[in-house]
Design a protein around this ligand. Structure first.
Ligand SMILES: Cc1cc2nc3c(=O)[nH]c(=O)nc-3n(C[C@H](O)[C@H](O)[C@H](O)COP(=O)(O)OP(=O)(O)OC[C@H]3O[C@@H](n4cnc5c(N)ncnc54)[C@H](O)[C@@H]3O)c2cc1C
Length: 466
């Protein structure tokens, strides 16, 4: 988006990209958020105004996000969706295939970016240097005047620029930084392992500071480092409302949140306990293998959950094989009785586990969950064995909230004053989000793209003002 702004304004720009491909984490992403785009209006889903979306996001995070920044992002998000689509309309890539209340679905992959670079940006003179890693910012008289970089073959590159925009995607791939800023690295990384915090470190090196609540971008599915549940259907096991227990054998969450408020409440609860055990029966495993989620939940329940199509496939046909791998790896357990299951898992205090199982049996019998309030149509029974438990941890797409920025995406120093010449966008920058993640679709990518746009508009205006 920043390069598009530069191209449209006739300003010279150089894009440095560490890997051999353009698009970054956005190639993994399904869509981006925008408010009141023409596409939403045409689809009859322009329910939000910028003002109402603003209030909803700020209420959700109890005003911990940077209000003026949030507003600036929302304001450009609809027009930017339309602008991008106008470019895509001139290419072979369809761009947005479906507009929802916030989301604009593009589908995953690099093509949506490749066409923009090849057909518009590069012909207009935007210089793209692949396999070129930015290393350090160059500062002269307190102003950032460019960046030192290195090509993969070791060649040094110095770029001098009137303004510099840092957007290297956060530090989900850097375990040391995860431990330092988030407390631990017990996450399954779903995003780019090459996003190792270069931008955040470069900015801090010259006096920029971190924003509040630097956070893991928790993904909706649980996973596990030893068994690649992402390769199959095991990642959907937590969509069925199965009992979840913390490492001591205690129930810790309304399990329905793993589906209904997956990225916020569900993911946060799982992050807090570190890891969890999902408990289910052979019958449920068989039913899901045969019919997917329809094997355990009613159609009415599934309809009310508004799940994505990829979850609602007609069978999870590799589920038994995945379970066999998990059992073999010591990440899943099987027993004929629930009591034996607790022993097999090896809870330090079996009484805690037994008490929680007994309480949950009462929940299942009565269909009422006085403590957590789980809905009764998401309570798969635990009446007959064999029983299984599988251990799950939080997955992350990366991190969000990095360098503290103002509403124009200018990095600020310890006195909260803009650092001359330096802008930060995307998940390297902090203030748009708080923790937990907004419960809506497309905000991280929506923020990444629109923050590039807002930053570049400000950079260009101040260059043009001289
Ligand atoms: C599987 C998955 C699904 C997702 N789905 C969605 C979704 O549907 N909706 C949504 O809103 N969000 C989604 N996200 C999140 C979203 O894709 C990211 O938050 C967003 O793309 C981040 O954008 P960014 O520009 O901050 O970082 P990136 O897109 O990662 O861009 C950073 C770029 O900087 C490069 N780089 C790193 N270090 C350097 C350096 N030193 N020098 C030069 N270049 C460097 C990287 O290689 C990368 O290309 C998903 C993420 C994942 C992993």
């Amino acid at each position: 988006m920043a390069a598009i702004e530069a191209m449209e304004a006739g300003v010279d720009a150089i894009v440095l990209e560490k890997t051999g491909k353009l698009g970054g984490t956005s190639v993994c992403s399904t869509g981006f958020a925008g408010i009141q785009s023409q596409q939403q209006i045409d689809a009859g889903v322009a329910d939000y105004t910028v003002d109402s979306a603003f209030r909803e996001l700020m209420d959700f995070c109890k005003w911990r996000a940077n209000g003026p920044l949030v507003y600036n992002i929302l304001k450009v998000s609809g027009p930017n969706a339309d602008r991008l689509q106008a470019y895509w309309n001139q290419t072979e890539d369809p761009g947005v295939t479906k507009a929802g209340v916030t989301a604009h679905d593009t589908g995953k992959g690099t093509r949506k970016f490749d066409v923009l670079y090849r057909q518009f940006l590069e012909p207009a003179g935007i210089n793209v240097m692949l396999e070129t890693t930015a290393k350090h910012l160059i500062v002269e008289d307190g102003t950032v005047v460019g960046v030192e970089a290195e090509k993969q073959d070791g060649t040094k590159v110095t770029v001098r620029a009137k303004k510099t925009l840092v957007c290297t995607g956060g530090f989900g791939g850097n375990d040391e930084m995860l431990r330092k800023y988030i407390g631990h690295d017990n996450f399954y990384l779903n995003g780019l392992s090459s996003n190792v915090g270069d931008g955040v470190n470069m900015c801090m090196e010259i006096g920029a500071i971190l924003s509040d609540e630097v956070s893991p971008h928790l993904a909706e599915f649980c996973s596990n480092k030893k068994v690649d549940f992402y390769a199959g259907y095991m990642k959907f096991m937590n969509q069925a409302g199965s009992l979840a227990l913390d490492p001591s054998g205690e129930r810790f969450v309304n399990e329905e949140f793993f589906v209904t408020q997956a990225l916020s409440y569900g993911a946060s609860a799982l992050r807090r306990v570190g890891f969890a055990y999902l408990v289910f029966t052979q019958e449920q495993l068989d039913a899901m293998t045969e019919k997917g989620l329809y094997g355990v939940l009613s159609e009415e329940t599934i309809d009310s959950l508004k799940l994505r199509a990829r979850i609602l496939v007609p069978s999870y046909y590799t589920l038994q094989d995945e379970m066999a791998v998990a059992l073999e790896a010591g990440e899943a357990w099987k027993a004929d009785t629930l009591e034996d299951l607790g022993v097999a898992i090896g809870f330090a205090d079996q009484e805690i586990y037994q008490k929680n199982i007994q309480d949950y049996m009462t929940v299942l019998e009565t269909g009422e969950d006085p403590l957590f309030g789980k809905r009764s149509d998401m309570m798969p029974p635990l009446s007959e064995g064999p029983f299984y438990a599988v251990r799950v941890i939080s997955a992350i797409d990366g991190t969000y909230n990095g360098i503290r920025v103002n509403e124009n995406l200018q990095a600020v120093n310890g006195d909260y004053q803009p650092i001359s010449g330096l802008y930060v966008a995307g998940q390297d920058s902090g203030g748009f989000f708080s923790y937990p993640y907004y419960e809506g679709v497309g905000w991280t990518q929506g923020y990444a793209w629109n923050s590039g746009s807002v930053a570049a508009k400000h950079m260009i205006a101040s260059i043009q003002e001289g």
